[in-house]
Write a protein that binds this ligand. Structure first.
Ligand code: ZN
Length: 434
């Protein structure tokens, strides 16, 4: 595997993962092709050397290997990331017709940067729940793939202040346009979804579509940008880049240590859900791995979680938004995120281990603290640490345009992060400083 191949696979993963549901399906398929098996029943025994997979809501996934030499109570080497990204989600009764145009009303999911959503070729993807003719309830993933919608800008001639003071009303200004319709024509979104399910899944029969979770996404695929192709531009780099990198590292793990990857949904909206990092998913897996209370206490004490979520690189046009000693650059290594007020879970011991692993791998590391006069973001790191008691460190690849419909990363950073995470998964030494 070379950096170029790794990035080609990452671009392919991003293309096939327009929603958290699709990201989990894509990861699940790759993990199963590499020997991981779904853990379906509560009484299925976990074997040393076994590779297992757990899904929640079809949008969160955990994969783990039971160590042959270092069992769970010797400490689990964990990597965490999130599958969701800010986007526009279709409302439950979305149909609108105005001025002869068919539109779908949207909710804003997470802290989306709305400006870049204008004038993009948009498609639709998500999960559809339906009733079959025999009365059973079923769900299927759909992806329209082609450009079926657009949110046109208002011309500057009709808004002379657009470049100095345009603001965006998320209820009225960003309603995507899907078609022109004749007077009296009333397209029905559920009918459209029924046709799509039948096209993509000819094995199903659909009596009626009951409900859906559909979101818009940019059709433009991920691509390499720059005179030396040093940048990777794509939607959803936050945080599918870390999901993919964590998965590839786990696939390179030998089976001697107990290792785990968890990719949770709903990070962008606070993580409190059945499938989110504030839910019981990880704790229930760790308890199952441990077996009994005494082993669980040892597991928690000896484990370590690397929470991987993208960081803010210092932007050449806005360099004053960073502390002058802590401006991470693209292609200069993953960033250790530190916050005295525990918005990040990193401490000196967990950061030290990461620095040691990166040094042994020969890859660079950077550090980030937010300016003390600005608010600090957060991630699943402190939530997981608080929920499980496992020591944690927050790191991430530096990017630009976080939460835009098209974000930017350096082409060397995910590749180098993968090397460090692989070394972590195969690290037989103690995870603590003592
Ligand atoms: Zn994130």
């Amino acid at each position: 595997m070379t950096q170029q191949h790794f990035n080609e696979d990452l671009c392919d993963f991003l293309r096939r993962s327009p929603t958290p549901f699709h990201a989990v399906a894509t990861m699940s398929a790759e993990l199963k092709a590499n020997g991981f098996e779904s853990l379906d029943t509560a009484d299925q025994p976990l074997e040393p050397g076994g590779k297992y997979l757990v899904e929640r809501n079809g949008s969160s996934l955990a994969a783990f290997i039971v160590g042959t030499e270092l069992g769970p109570s010797a400490g689990v080497r964990m990597v965490g990331a999130h599958t969701d990204s800010p986007c526009l989600m279709v409302k439950p009764q979305p149909e609108r017709s105005k001025q002869g145009y068919f539109q779908l009303g949207v909710q804003v999911y997470g802290g989306a940067l709305l400006n870049p959503w204008f004038d993009r070729d948009l498609s639709l993807a998500g999960r559809v729940s339906f009733e079959a003719p025999d009365g059973t309830l079923n769900s299927a993933l759909v992806d329209f793939k082609s450009a079926v919608a657009i949110i046109p800008s208002l011309a500057i001639h009709l808004d002379r202040e657009a470049n100095s003071s345009r603001s965006i009303n998320s209820q009225t200004d960003i309603v995507p346009v899907l078609a022109q319709i004749a007077d009296g024509e009333t397209p029905d979104f559920r009918t459209l979804l029924r046709e799509r399910v039948l096209t993509e899944h000819p094995e199903y029969e659909v009596k009626q579509v009951l409900d859906f979770e559909m979101s818009f996404y940019d059709c433009q695929p991920a691509s390499l940008v720059g005179l030396k192709e040093e940048f990777l531009a794509s939607a959803r780099l936050d945080n599918l880049l870390s999901c993919f990198t964590g998965m590839r590292a786990l696939l390179q793990a030998d089976t001697s240590c107990t290792t785990l990857l968890i990719c949770n949904d709903h990070e962008e909206v606070g993580s409190l859900s059945a499938a989110g990092a504030q839910g019981p998913m990880l704790t229930s897996i760790l308890k199952r791995l441990a077996g009994d209370d005494a082993s669980y206490a040892m597991l928690v004490e000896r484990s370590l979680m690397i929470s991987a979520d993208n960081a803010h690189g210092v932007h050449p046009n806005f360099a004053d938004r960073h502390d002058e000693n802590h401006g991470p650059r693209l292609n200069a290594g993953a960033v250790i995120k530190i916050n005295a007020n525990q918005r990040y879970a990193t401490n000196s011991e967990t950061a030290a281990l990461y620095r040691l692993l990166a040094e042994r791998e020969g890859v660079p590391v950077q550090s980030f603290v937010v300016r003390t006069d600005m608010a600090c973001g957060s991630t699943i790191g402190p939530i997981t640490a608080g929920g499980t008691g496992v020591r944690t460190l927050d790191i991430g690849v530096p990017t630009f345009a976080m939460h835009s419909i098209r974000e930017l990363a350096g082409t060397a950073d995910a590749w180098n992060l993968c090397k460090v995470l692989s070394r972590f998964y195969n690290h037989r030494g103690s995870l603590t400083a003592d």
